[in-house]
Design a protein around this ligand. Structure first.
Ligand SMILES: *Cc1c(COP(=O)(O)O)cnc(C)c1O
Length: 464
């Protein structure tokens, strides 16, 4: 019989699991990045009923090999060039484990002071590290909080903006308008719907897939003319499709003029801002009301770890704070502490800051900067090579780690190349921009080295 609460067994099983993870990560290169698996195949391996008595941990480890791994798409594979990276790293994995081991809930400062204070402190570190406005520190009027996802951050921004607009204008949400680009992530439109905006406008983009300020200006004028209430605009620093960068400063100036809340979605590209040379892409941040980026995409930190900053925390807290008697306590009543439950929708919260703190300490700032620079340099080398080959057209600039290109023979040739690259053992996805099919090569997986990108380049050359 096994005893799931026996701490000596836990110790042994834990060591075995860490060994297993190290084997898994170290062996990924020898596996297909996308396991061939048919719908229902994984489930068919599972027993119809749960066991009546406890099983040994060894049985679960064996099923990781037999049931789980053959049914995965390996996001940590060095040949992962699909979507965006969802980085994980040994220090982040250990941080996750430590957080689970501590098992605390940090919804209030008083329910685990260290969880709140480390989170505030690490996000204040990031303010300096990324060169975003000093006022966003928790020691200033703003502050940062970890959310599960950039979608949550953006949805929260939309809700706060709605309340700010309501207080200023008295307008009902149904008459409010949220603006973003047609290239924006679907979370902006979804959040507009969730928050009850009457209208979400997806603005047309220019040749570089960015919103032109005049387009926003015209849309606001049209809406004002028919009695609607412009309330919110989201500018993307790095769209999901092609990593296009909206002009933050120009959009911010229009937002100021019309009292719109300016939210910045830098979910993917935000991590690059730890390197000073990429910060021009977000010039004008002092005009922003909120900002989100995912350390869980490109900053070596396991999902979930999305940073959400606000320039002024008062409207956020005013919108989300409801204090039932069972959550009252002296520290909160005295207003001396941050209670992160008032900074997002859920009450309970994981100790997410631990893994981010460990990542920053393990890599060091320079280690993380070197990683980002290596990815971007690899992407720019691939971009430059594609531009020398007249079979291919690079359809968007490559400011970060994503290369967007197509086959000049048309959509069918482009789709066929995606299929051949996937068959050749690379995870790549296609997309569509301005009605044309294109290929996204996203470089930034933790274990991807230059040789893996070179292998991809040879495959493109051979199969293109
Ligand atoms: C990935 C992405 C998102 C969504 O991030 P989640 O954390 O999965 O919600 C939003 N915006 C952009 C630009 C993205 O690339």
């Amino acid at each position: 019989m096994t005893d799931p609460l026996d701490l000596d067994e836990f110790r042994r099983n834990g060591h075995a699991l860490i060994d297993w993870i190290a084997e898994y990560l170290g062996g990924l290169e020898d596996r297909p990045v996308i396991e061939p698996v048919a719908p229902g195949e994984v489930r068919a391996k599972l027993p119809a009923k749960p066991p009546m008595t406890g099983e040994p941990f060894s049985a679960m480890l064996a099923d990781l090999d037999d049931v789980v791994v053959p049914g995965l798409t390996h996001w940590q594979h060095p040949h992962w060039f699909s979507f965006f990276p969802a980085m994980s790293s040994p220090p982040a994995i250990l941080g996750e484990l430590a957080a689970a081991g501590l098992g605390v809930q940090g919804m209030l400062w008083s329910t685990s002071p260290a969880a709140t204070e480390i989170e505030s402190h690490v996000l204040d570190w990031l303010v300096d590290l990324m060169g975003v406005p000093q006022s966003w520190k928790t020691t200033g009027p703003g502050g940062g909080v970890l959310q599960m996802s950039a979608s949550d951050s953006t949805h929260t921004a939309l809700v706060v903006a709605r309340e700010v607009c309501r207080q200023r204008t008295g307008a009902p949400a149904e008459s409010m308008v949220a603006y973003t680009s047609s290239q924006a992530h679907s979370s902006v439109e979804k959040g507009g719907n969730v928050a009850g905006y009457g209208h979400v406008r997806l603005l047309e983009v220019d040749d570089h897939f960015a919103v032109a300020p005049a387009t926003l200006r015209d849309a606001i004028a049209d809406d004002l003319a028919v009695g609607l209430t412009p309330a919110f605009v989201c500018a993307a620093v790095g769209t999901t499709g092609t990593t296009a960068v909206d002009p933050v400063r120009a959009i911010g100036e229009i937002a100021r003029e019309h009292h719109l809340w300016l939210h910045i979605d830098a979910a993917y590209a935000g991590s690059a801002m730890i390197c000073e040379e990429f910060r021009d892409h977000q010039d004008g941040l002092e005009l922003a009301d909120s900002y989100t980026f995912n350390a869980h995409k490109w900053l070596a930190t396991n999902f979930d770890c999305s940073i959400f900053w606000v320039a002024d925390r008062r409207p956020l807290i005013d919108t989300l704070s409801i204090v039932p008697p069972y959550l009252r306590n002296a520290a909160s009543d005295a207003g001396e502490v941050i209670d992160y439950r008032d900074w997002h929708v859920p009450l309970g919260r994981r100790f997410r800051a631990l893994k981010l703190w460990w990542v920053l300490r393990s890599f060091g700032v320079e280690g993380l900067q070197a990683m980002i620079r290596r990815h971007i340099a690899a992407a720019q080398r691939l971009d430059a090579w594609l531009r020398t080959d007249d079979r291919f057209e690079v359809i968007a600039p490559t400011p970060f780690g994503l290369v967007s290109f197509l086959h000049v023979d048309g959509d069918e040739a482009t789709d066929a190349l995606v299929a051949r690259l996937n068959d050749a053992g690379f995870a790549i996805n296609g997309s569509v921009a301005n009605g044309r099919h294109f290929i996204r090569v996203s470089i930034g997986s933790t274990w991807t080295e230059d040789r893996h990108v070179d292998a991809l380049r040879s495959a493109i050359d051979r199969l293109g």
